[in-house]
Design a binder for this molecule. Structure first.
Ligand SMILES: [Fe+2]
Length: 248
């Protein structure tokens, strides 16, 4: 399997991973043969690259079921709209598929290869959040966490960027450089996310701290508070690794 940039896709290539729309719907299913019309559609949607099968049998299975992933992406998309329109965010609606996610990863613990996903631009934060949650849970399993701890970690990792819902879409969609004020606004997203999460009963303080501290760095160079070492919550340190890994 290899990642091929959209401009280098050719008819007849075979897709090695399913491509989803921003709403979580399947656009092109794994194993489909690439056609000129599919290439045109993907270009139009702004997809940067796709995973292509290089030989028979090298498809890497999805780490979680399509149903769970789509469920989570949909709930995050809904949540984003709720926060942006000033409604109370119903975080608990996302928790059931999240427990399914933890169960699936625990029962079906594959290695980390193949977790990273190619996403459409608009869908980036939702797809990324699901991936961060998956990777964080896998790290949690390696660290010997029990199911309860894994669920708390999964919740925190899934909502780590919830504060981004407080940033106007014009800024998120900007392709040119950001002004100092815009950078300040983006740097406030960990605290904004924490504030939303801590108001929700059913979300633990540990989960909320993932949002607050996921941009802190072990050597103290992160933000918003420049915390260092073990002062950073272990969940947040795990989520930070997962966040960077999935962004590579
Ligand atoms: Fe973030």
């Amino acid at each position: 399997m290899e990642k091929v940039r959209i401009e280098n896709l050719k008819s007849g290539m075979k897709l090695a991973r399913t491509i989803y729309s921003p709403e979580g719907l399947v656009l092109v299913r794994v194993d489909a043969e690439i056609t000129e019309s599919i290439i045109a559609k993907l270009k139009q949607l702004g997809l940067p690259a796709a995973y292509i099968s290089t030989k028979d049998g090298d498809m890497i299975p999805e780490p979680v079921s399509e149903l769970t992933r789509v469920d989570l992406i949909r709930s995050l998309s809904k949540l984003d709209n709720e926060v942006r329109s000033g409604q109370n965010a119903n975080l608990l609606a996302s928790k059931r598929p999240l427990y399914d996610l933890v169960d699936e990863i625990v029962c079906n613990n594959k290695n980390l290869v193949g977790i990273t996903d190619v996403r459409l631009r608009k869908d980036y934060i939702y797809g990324h959040s699901v991936n961060v949650s998956i990777i964080a849970v896998k790290i949690g399993i390696l660290m010997g966490y029990n199911q309860l701890k894994l669920a708390d970690l999964a919740v925190g990792a899934l909502f780590h960027d919830l504060g981004m819902t407080k940033i106007p879409l014009e800024i998120l969609d900007k392709t040119s450089g950001l002004t100092d004020d815009e950078v300040k606004l983006i740097h406030a997203h960990p605290e904004e996310g924490y504030n939303i999460l801590k108001q929700n009963q059913g979300i633990s303080a540990s989960s909320a701290h993932v949002a607050y501290q996921h941009h802190e760095r072990y050597n103290g160079t992160g933000y918003p508070r420049g915390m260092a070492g073990d002062a950073i919550h272990e969940f947040a340190r795990i989520a930070a690794v997962a966040d960077v890994y999935d962004s590579m």
